[in-house]
Ligand binder design. Structure first.
Ligand SMILES: O=C(O)c1ccccc1N[C@@H]1O[C@H](COP(=O)(O)O)[C@@H](O)[C@H]1O
Length: 215
């Protein structure tokens, strides 16, 4: 029987790519609000894209250490289902954002070695979901979306009291092994379904979703 893995396709910038994600069966679509990213969208672009998302597919806004002014703007103009916090937001800030906007919050935590695992437990106490991502290199321009993976054995068999998603360098070729090793039931991808940074490839999106759902 095929796996029921829920897939998030992140960093969508145009309706064609968004439609490719929806057609491939993505459960979540991600819009990046981070000017340094090649996947950044303006609030107006995001509002247009959000209109093309059918009911049942969750619209996720990815922000990095966003202040209230930016979050106020985004949430006022873009219909959203989830806020993804991908910066250095503290557990207190996660709680504050949840309360202020009344939206579920998914907190990304970077993992490189054992010492990073405690943070997952801390954030699992305050966030609605946690996103287990590769820790970016110190000199990286982006805190995520670098196409880098981490040693999946670090989280093999680990579970948290909230839903969690695996991210970091996943591709159509590697996602099956990553799921088998970690037991993830949700996976997130950005660079692994692109032809060049910021440009999504419909065939890679379809291949990723198929591979994530295969036995
Ligand atoms: O995708 C981006 O540009 C990005 C920018 C800033 C923070 C996070 C970003 N992406 C997220 O990073 C992970 C892993 O991405 P990848 O598959 O390794 O490219 C994923 O959660 C993206 O949503």
């Amino acid at each position: 029987m095929p796996r029921q893995t829920r897939v998030k396709i992140c960093g969508l910038r145009d309706v064609a790519a968004l439609q490719a994600a929806v057609d491939a069966g993505a459960a979540y679509v991600g819009l990046v609000f981070f000017p340094k990213s090649p996947r950044n969208v303006t609030i107006a672009e995001a509002a247009t894209l959000a209109l093309a998302v059918p009911a049942g597919v969750a619209k996720v806004a990815l922000v990095v250490d966003a202040d209230n002014a930016l979050l106020d703007e985004i949430t006022a103009h873009v219909p959203l289902d989830i806020l993804q916090l991908h910066g250095h937001e503290t557990p207190e800030r996660v709680s504050e954002i949840r309360a202020r906007y009344g939206l579920p919050v998914m907190k990304a935590v970077g993992v490189a070695d054992e010492s990073d695992l405690a943070a997952l437990d801390s954030y699992a106490r305050v966030a609605d979901q946690i996103l287990v991502d590769a820790k970016p290199p110190k000199d990286a321009d982006l805190p995520g979306g670098n196409g880098l993976s981490f040693d999946w054995r670090l989280i093999a068999g680990r579970r948290w009291p909230v839903p969690w998603m695996l991210a970091g360098g996943l591709t159509p070729q590697t996602v099956g092994e990553a799921i088998a090793l970690t037991g993830a039931t949700q996976v997130d991808v950005s660079s692994g379904v692109e032809s060049t940074p910021g440009v999504k490839d419909a065939a890679l999106i379809a291949a990723f979703c198929t591979a994530a759902q295969a036995d």
